[in-house]
Write a protein that binds this ligand. Structure first.
Ligand code: ADP
Length: 584
């Protein structure tokens, strides 16, 4: 592991390179130094021998000078040459002086003439090696200026150097071995520390960071570890902050009533909240990057998002989705960024209730107009008839005026019922909620319908009237009870009966039941009689001066007091309206 690590190899190579470079430089200087030293040694040795031999030579007679030279050469293991001041060779230990040329021009001779002693190194072609020459002046036969020259071949410098070279190589190998060991341990420690750093850094990327990184040394890696550690802390804070932020956003989006859907630029789902999942009829987890086509089948929604991705423009449309039958959505689709490369987001507002309310409002306006038109047309018609001469018609004019009055009353009734309804629907709390006695309110209602009941021959009975108090607006409660009693009288038969019961239910409720023996209500209409302007038999209701708003008012009043109203009926047998109110 360590042996194959690049750090180890680099370290080793640098060490080897350094050792090799040292070796080359060392070799170069050593060779030169050794050669120099050897030359100096040889010169010194020759100079010492020459000094001795000049003493000897000075006294050797001329005729035996040659044998002496040979003998001296053998003793000193050198070549001995004696030269006269003119450069003529007088004797030589290895050659015949006769055959030898004039030596005056040889550098060592010239140097000796100048300074008493001279040396030179020359290559000898005959011997094929370098020779060292040393010349020394001396007085021969009393005549100065003679020269004694010694010459020896220089030993093979390379041979001398080779031995040293082997030593250097040995030392270098030892150094290389040490370098190898040092590199091994150094790189092992480095590799370990770097691996630790790498693991830590990778942990940062995967956000698996836990705990800090211990900087184990004061070197560059230690500094790197410290800054990584600092960075990790900051990164952790950043990640924490971001995840908190995104959790908050997700919570907001998840809790939104509106359906939210985000897609990437390949129309894959990147986010969708519960509301959206409900709308498209999916329960459970929606996998990340699910192609939108697999989640939504509606071509219109797909088309909207594709359009947004292509054009980069926001659009808004009203859609009905196949997965949410009967519901209408207003869909707002917008690119996630100006370039639209990052995808698009769609927000689905469920506007079904809004649409229904709008429809109810329109219907209401239409109903009101319709309801007003009938009495207004009648009033106008009869007024015109009167003006056109019927005023003089003694038989009819009174009747016509009665009709006009009846329609005027109807108009008045509609107007006042509408006023009451609008006030109830405005949601304003009653001016001053008060404690109201149910029995008191009922008595007022009895009085109000008394004459009408008498007129129609209907008997109204208060059977069991337990008293109870409720909280609310007294006038409105009376109004509601009057409406119920009035209906029970109006939609009755001559000689019919109306029974009213007030019973306390449990500790906190009171039930008021109004039962009549009248015409009853068909079961299919029962659920709708509390709607505004809804009447089972329009002609009969109108004839009775009804507005179709009475039961709506009852429902509103009761519900505002925290109670409820229900109706049961048997066609032709009678109806029971039951009001349940919380007690004060
Ligand atoms: P109206 O002004 O016509 O009485 P309401 O809102 O009070 O309007 O009643 C709505 C309709 O419910 C009436 O037109 C009538 O058809 C029916 N209805 C109400 N009360 C009774 C009842 N006690 N018996 C039979 N039908 C009733």
């Amino acid at each position: 592991m360590t042996l194959r690590s690049p750090i180890f190899r680099k370290l080793l190579w640098s060490a080897f390179l350094l050792i090799a470079a040292t070796l080359v430089v060392l070799d170069f200087y050593l060779t030169r130094y050794m050669a120099q030293r050897q030359r100096e040694n040889v010169e010194q040795r020759l100079a010492a021998q020459a000094r001795l031999l000049t003493y000897e030579a000075a006294g050797v007679p001329r005729p035996i000078l040659e044998p002496w030279a040979r003998d001296a050469g053998a003793r000193a293991e050198t070549r001995v040459t004696v030269i006269d001041p003119a450069g003529m060779v007088l004797a030589d230990s290895q050659h015949d002086p006769e055959t030898m040329e004039n030596h005056a021009s040889r550098p060592e001779i010239q140097a000796a003439h100048r300074g008493g002693q001279g040396a030179a190194i020359r290559h000898s072609a005959t011997l094929g090696r370098d020779l060292c020459y040393l010349a020394m002046t001396f007085a021969y036969d009393g005549k100065p200026g003679h020269i004694l020259r010694l010459a020896v071949p220089l030993e093979d410098v390379d041979a001398a150097i080779a031995a040293v070279r082997w030593r250097i190589l040995g030392a270098s190998l030892a150094a290389a071995l040490v370098a190898l060991i040092v590199a091994y341990f150094f790189s092992r420690s480095m590799t370990r520390r770097i691996s630790r750093l790498r693991a830590f850094a990778e942990g940062l990327v995967d956000a698996r960071i836990s705990g800090g990184l211990v900087a184990d040394a004061e070197d560059e890696l230690g500094a790197l570890a410290r800054s990584l550690d600092r960075m990790a802390t900051q990164l952790r804070e950043l990640v924490d902050r971001l995840s908190l932020e995104s959790a908050r956003r997700e919570a907001i989006l998840a809790s939104m009533v509106e359906g939210v859907l985000a897609v990437d630029n390949e129309l894959r789902v990147t986010f969708c909240n519960q509301s959206f999942a409900r709308v498209v009829g999916v329960s459970g987890e929606i996998p990340q990057r699910l192609p939108l086509l697999e989640l939504v089948r509606d071509p219109e929604l797909l088309d909207m998002l594709t359009h947004v991705l292509v054009s980069g423009q926001s659009i808004k449309r009203r859609l009905e989705l196949a997965s949410a039958v009967g519901r209408t959505f207003e869909v707002q689709a917008a690119p996630l960024s100006a370039s639209s490369h990052r995808g698009a987001i769609a927000i689905l507002y469920d506007i079904t209730d809004l649409e229904r309310l709008e429809r109810v409002r329109k219907d209401f306006v239409a109903n009101v107009s319709h309801e007003l038109r009938t009495p207004l047309t009648a009033i106008r018609g009869y007024a015109e008839t009167l003006l056109e001469g019927a005023l003089e018609d003694q038989e009819n004019n009174r009747r016509f005026l009665e009709i006009i009055k009846a329609h005027a009353i109807r108009l008045n009734n509609i107007a006042s019922d509408l006023l009451i309804l609008s006030e109830l629907e405005s949601g304003k709390p009653p001016a001053e909620p008060e404690r109201v006695s149910v029995r008191g309110a009922l008595e007022t209602a009895f009085h109000t319908v008394e004459s009408e009941a008498k007129l129609r021959g209907v008997a109204v009975h208060g059977d069991k009237l337990e008293d109870a108090e409720v909280t609310g607006d007294k006038v409105r409660l009376e109004q509601a009870l009057i409406n119920l009693l009035d209906n029970a009288v109006k939609f009755n038969r001559p000689g019919g009966e109306v029974h009213v019961d007030v019973v306390r239910v449990g500790d906190d409720q009171v039930r008021i039941a109004v039962t009549d023996s009248g015409i009853g209500i068909p079961s299919e209409d029962l659920s709708r009689i509390f709607e505004r302007f809804y009447r089972v038999d329009k002609a009969r209701s109108r004839e009775m001066g009804g507005t179709g708003l009475g039961l709506s008012i009852v429902k509103h009043v009761v519900e505002r007091m925290g109670g409820s109203v229900t109706a049961e009926s048997q066609l032709g047998r009678g109806s029971t309206f039951t009001v349940l109110l919380p007690r004060a």
